[in-house]
Design a protein around this ligand. Sequence first.
Ligand SMILES: *Cc1c(COP(=O)(O)O)cnc(C)c1O
Length: 405
Amino acid sequence: MRPRLHERVAAARAQRAAQARTRVRRSVTRRDGVRLEVDGHWLTGFCSNDYLGLAQQFQVVNALQDSAARDGAGGVASHLVCGHHATHDALEKELADWLGVPRALLFGSGYMANLAVVQAFLGDEDVCVQDRLNHASLIDAARMAGCKLRRYPHADPEGALRQLRSVPDTGAMLATDGVFSMDGDVAPIRELAVIARVQNAMLYVDDAHGVGVLGPEGRGTVASARLGVDAVPLQLVTLGKALGSYGAAVVGDADFIAHLEETARPYIYTTALPPAQAAASLAAVKLARREQWRREKLVTAIARFRNGAVKRGFELMASHTPIQPLLCGEETHALAFADALEAQGFWVSAIRPPTVPEGKSRLRITISALHTPQDIDALLDALAWARDAVGQGFGASADATATHA
Ligand SMILES: *Cc1c(COP(=O)(O)O)cnc(C)c1O
């Protein structure tokens, strides 16, 4: 007999609740830099991806407002119909110039861009070889493209080589996050580039968390590994993280970009990004390129956090990026820790499976150039306090599940 989907959903939800994996959104009512008002009180946020503090920067917001006044709120059509605007061109040119590549192509989001890249280059017979900790959008991209998906142990070039060797006769893409979104470490890009070259595989780097933050002029993971478009023909840049805006671009080899533009379904069958959003991104890219001080402040804040955490006896992961996770293990432990921090005025997100592997729930602390030394020190004190409180069973009850994403 056909199963009823209502019953299936009810059972799945009950199981998630029993495992402390229920996810609940919280509504922010006001935002002022790293300060967020939620449920009627202000918290200092250590959970956004606005690493350079550009999301509310006045030139970025002005650019959005000016363009919206002229061009309106929407994209009005897809790029290949009549939605492609001169502002999109200007942003694509600026991105290509910044990243030292021939071309850039805008997408509605990084998720869609990843779907587009895998689907446009790989078919049923081909293989996509991926790091085990790659972002969900890359995993989904391979599943939807219908190609074989082979995963290798995290940051293990030998493992990537073994996977590529096991399917010697197919078209192949080697795909990796540049900066891993939940761990904060950087992929071994130079080693992967050598393997991709000898194996005739296309190396694709999803640099959602690297661009704007790492490398000269903030050009990201690939540039900081001193690699060019010959070694990494395509990479993903997101506009919604360090650039504080929304959308994404795939940048790299001109022929590959043209192929995407002509064939990728997540490019063709969707409305163009609003020009006003592109204008905001363009202003943000110019600031990210020019204002080195934002990266310097960020580096200083990260170092202050790491030194202070080690002094207080915390064990950190091997990350020098703004993503600084604290492993907690069990879901309930991570949730209780986050609750205890909130009681001290901080918003840090507890990340649980399936976003991270079983038993690897964590606090994902993210640092911004907007955090002052006082913010960092106050968080460190709150972390030490919360560790003791949680150790004594503070907040470690099942109803902690109700308040976190
Ligand atoms: C956030 C993220 C994406 C998705 O980008 P959006 O623009 O938010 O859709 C893709 N890859 C990685 C590694 C990310 O962190």
